[in-house]
Design a protein around this ligand. Sequence first.
Ligand code: GLC
Length: 591
Amino acid sequence: MRDARRSLWRHPSRGGAWCPVTSVLERTSESLIHQPDPVDAPWWRSAVIYQIYPRSFADSNGDGVGDLPAVTDRLPYLTALGVDAIWLSPFYVSPMADAGYDVTDYRDIDPLFGTLADADAMIARAHELGLRVIVDLVPNHTSNHHVWFEAALAAAPGSPERERYVFRDGKGPDGSEPPNNWKSNFGGSAWQRVDDGQWYLHLFDYHQPDLNWQNPEVRAEFHDIIRYWLDRGVDGFRVDVAHGLVKREGLPDFNGVNHDFGPEGDRLPTNTSPFWDQDGVHEIYAGWRTILDEYTAADPTHERMMCAEAWVQPAERMALYVRDDEFQQAFNFPFLATHWYADALHDVIELSLRSNDSVGAPTTWVLSNHDVVRHASRLGLPQDLPRPNGIGAADPQPDEALGLRRARAATTLMLALPGGAYLYQGEELGLPDSTELPDEVRQDPTFRFTKGVELGRDGCRVPIPWVKDAPSFGFGPSAEAWLPQPAAYGAYAVDQQDGVPGSTLELYRTLLRIRRERRLGNGGMEWLTGFDDDAVVALVNVAGSGERTTVVANLGATPVELPAEAGSVLVASGPLTEEGRLPTDTTVWLG
Ligand code: GLC
């Protein structure tokens, strides 16, 4: 199947499974395909960053919505888990049209989540515990209740207030047609008409008007917001929709697919779209990097970083975001989007390392977040089908046991790879999506704007379970959480897994401990040959010290023999066979 692998950029038998690159990789054999980091590498090159979705992590005041004081209380749980940093999805003042990704005040906390004093306390406590804190920055759009947008609506067409956003006259004799044919990512037109007849652009919900990044005032405002949070002590930013800020001159029509990414679709380069991945975004990020570097220079023990949320392909274009004067990291969505196939995983791992190495950036790895079906559910679905955007009760259900088994194997593979890794709250419990949400509780705007055609992302946002026999499974003091938790979540609660050998929580703790001890995040990497490439992903993480950790993931139908010379089992995602072979959908670390 090597030939098939060489044509890896399209797997016709899999509906054209993922591949973003324009060139074809040759497979390597024993040689290192990625060099280890030097011993004094900055923290973010290898950090494991835990994503907290504040409304669903823990609730201290019983209103059914998570909050910052509860995050502070439970930080010791995260240090015991063994992560290096937390990233919090937005906690800013917001009408919550898109769960906080519609911000009215970038410098204050929404009362739902607490106060600025609560944020300060959380940052201070995290630092005391040795955890870094990354906050979400949402620069592509504000809320339509932001003072700037309210001023824009009150002002006349052509005014400086309107110039902070993207207002245009409509087409047609009376301007009643939108200025172009762009579609919102949440469904429907990307334009909304206002009372005086002009239209404004919103790539997401109409409650999220896009900012005009050609306007120096917008740029200056975000410089100020960045400084504001750095002054409050945060260690960096996760930057929302980092590929969307600049739109092509003239706003030409676009007849492609907005989100043409991952295993399905034609997968044209992202910048064929007039609103994604335009070259003009890079100077914005270079400006931000200068600010971060200024803070790092003032306190070198406290190195600041930023990570791009940029759904960009091919890999060569993605690498531009992590050049050494821009982002330190970008999310590796190609890895997340890869189906559970050994050859596809092999390819995406190699491509990720090579393309990031080409600009000297660390690769990151991620399997779940607040925008996608959790990997314990995703991997329990047939792998030759398109990925769902939400799973409902009427849809084919994931095989829960299979999904969990594969999720544990996938994570065990991921955490051995060199670079940084992102975990999404609850995945350390093996949590599946809720597939039981009734339509009336759904809150994701995608559901509304597509009239239910797409269920949206609520299924992965359900509050996580802490204690089986407690109201809202210990999420908070009240019985009701903002999204109902399925009864099955009780069995996944922290108290059911804490200290239980073989539990998913204990597996994550062990993986993170060994990863730290062996400096796997800073390791070099080579492929291990001698396995069936269609069934097995096998590699060696080679530390700077020369210490070798062999990693074998079996995605094939039959158990595989482990290489005796690789050492003994350090950790495995599931039990080996009686003969010591590695069963299907299991990953092992040997050393
Ligand atoms: C990003 C966020 C997502 C949000 C969107 C609009 O993709 O991760 O949750 O809906 O941006 O801000």
